[in-house]
Design a protein around this ligand. Structure first.
Ligand code: SF4
Ligand code: SF4
Length: 518
């Protein structure tokens, strides 16, 4: 057993540590002293501790179901077929960090039309997975700027579903500044998941997501958010926040939206900036990376993300991007937020969690694993108005990544998108590998010019996320840990990260002194 590959020690509170096993996602509470010795290795156990550890092993609590389940899986497992329907090149906002060049990716010159709808349903027929469930991920530009085609897609899905015995799930990513006639009924009829891009309270939203004329968007968005909520209680509403400011703090900013009691879920993403435009400067005026978890390197030893980040200033692609959560002061804000997080679940608020945190908690608490970082190029494809088919919605702008054409379907084998985390020379040594699944390929490409060479900023954030969620779980109540998380499988968390049960057995009750089950 090797520290930071087979297990991770996470300190919490004043006296305790959590021992997290990568092989089966089981967690044990140990004393800080034992945790410190385990960082050096299992040879540091006392006789008594060793006896208990052997007892846990005999009970099957030290095991490797995750790697076995991954080895036995195929690219079709863990997530349904998902079509990202890139409805239009038009967007009416001018968000400061848009990855789509304002909606058109520098490439899309028109809105999606009737032909593409035909192509999408032929593609679905040809690529159905055994689940016979299909997700329609409605995207743009601002997709509600092409409402006629959205309506056509939904109508076709009803006909297709009835004819082929296929169930459809509908989700839209929208800034919700537009509300065309008929859209409220459409959302309600299909029980849409409406993911609204809103970065927090008025000050933050108006600064980050202004209209093209420069005026703020907060009031318009919130007016429409309330209309959608009033139209149906069966619409799942998600606030998709991008965090790119220190003030107001993450918790204060998020609470402004939480108080509205409209959103079921939140997604909280760090803003990502080119290195020469890294948002607000650090308190001392410099760009400082600190207090970060360790990223495994190819030889299996660890290097700190702080040094890794600093070292990454020159990349193969010539660009370097900064993950805002790794900047000075933000790690502290992130920790503060997660310390407060379990208290956001109250009987009088419909809040059911931050999607990425709840998914991570679910993998640990319920014995599940991620088969990959996302479904991109596995069971998730983006269809665009120019008829291109891309394995990733963020790579639409680069035709060299295309894997097909609307008229003919897939023309290339997306083999590069289907490797497993255990095959990756760095990720395969990482303690968080079956939570993370191996990193975002698009973010890798931007930083390194290679889909499979890690973007160290993104990797550092994934490690931070995994560790902080483990710490939050250790500090939370049994009631929080026992929450029903079944619904998460249908919400396309982390670009549809494919997740399966590891098959680990339910844990028998134990009364060990040194290794107490969380
Ligand atoms: S990308 Fe994910 S799996 Fe790979 S090293 Fe980083 S945290 Fe671990
Ligand atoms: S996780 Fe990254 S590579 Fe995968 S679909 Fe999303 S943006 Fe693309």
């Amino acid at each position: 057993m090797k520290c930071d590959t087979d297990y991770r020690i996470v300190n919490y509170g004043d006296q305790d540590s959590l021992l997290f096993l990568a092989g089966n996602h089981r967690t044990f509470i140990v004393t800080r002293d034992l945790g410190d010795r385990l960082q050096a290795g299992f040879h540091m156990l006392s006789e008594d501790e060793q006896r208990e550890w052997n007892g846990l092993t005999e009970l099957g609590l030290v095991s490797n179901e995750n790697s076995i389940a991954l080895r036995q899986s195929t690219f079709e497992d863990g997530a349904d077929l998902a079509i990202n329907v890139n409805l239009t090149n038009i967007c009416n906002l001018a968000c400061t960090y848009c990855f789509a060049d304002g909606g058109d990716y520098g490439r899309i010159k028109e809105a999606m039309g009737h032909d593409s709808v035909d192509h999408i349903f032929s593609f679905i027929e040809g690529n159905l997975t055994p689940s016979r469930s299909v997700r329609l991920e409605i995207f743009g530009g601002e997709p509600l700027a092409n409402f006629p085609t959205l309506r056509e897609v939904c109508e076709r899905s009803e006909q297709f579903g009835a004819a082929h015995g296929v169930k459809f799930v509908y989700r839209i990513s929208t800034n919700l500044t537009l509300l065309p006639a008929g859209v409220l009924d459409l959302f309600a009829r299909h029980h849409f998941i409406v993911s609204v891009s809103i970065d927090g309270g008025r000050t933050v939203q108006d600064a980050n997501r202004p209209a093209k004329g420069g005026q703020g968007s907060y009031d318009r968005v919130m007016r429409n958010v309330r209309k959608v909520r009033q139209a149906s209680d069966d619409v799942t509403m998600v606030a998709r926040m991008t965090v790119a400011q220190r003030d107001p703090s993450l918790i204060d900013n998020m609470r402004e939206l939480w108080r509205e009691n409209i959103f079921d879920y939140f997604q909280i993403y760090p803003g990502v900036f080119p290195a020469d435009d890294a948002g607000p400067p650090a308190a001392d005026g410099g760009k400082v990376f600190l207090d970060m978890p360790a990223i495994p390197n190819k030889s299996g030893s660890s290097s700190s993300a702080s040094s890794a980040s600093t070292a990454s200033s020159g990349t193969d692609s010539g660009k370097r991007y900064i993950n805002f959560f790794l900047q000075d002061g933000m790690v502290g804000q992130f920790r503060e937020f997660l310390a407060e997080y379990p208290r956001l679940f109250t009987p009088d608020n419909r809040f059911k969690g931050v999607l990425e945190y709840e998914r991570t908690a679910q993998l640990v608490l319920e014995g599940r694993l991620a088969l990959a970082f996302c479904s991109g190029g596995r069971t998730y494809f983006t269809h665009s108005p120019d008829k291109s088919i891309s394995p990733c919605h963020r790579l639409v702008g680069d035709p060299s990544f295309d894997v097909g054409r609307g008229e003919v379907g897939l023309t290339a084998d997306p083999v590069e998108w289907r490797g497993t985390v255990d095959q990756h020379p760095v990720c395969g040594q990482c303690w968080a590998r079956y939570l993370c699944g191996g990193g975002c390929k698009q973010e890798n490409f931007v930083a390194t010019g290679n889909l499979n060479v890690l973007n160290e900023e993104s990797c550092g954030y994934q490690l931070l996320l995994a560790e902080e969620v483990l710490r939050m779980m250790a500090l939370s109540s049994a009631q929080y840990r026992a929450r029903d998380r079944t619904e998460l499988g249908g919400l396309f968390v982390s670009c549809g990260r494919p997740v399966v049960d590891s098959g680990r057995a339910p844990a028998p009750a134990t009364s060990f002194l040194h290794f107490r089950q969380l």
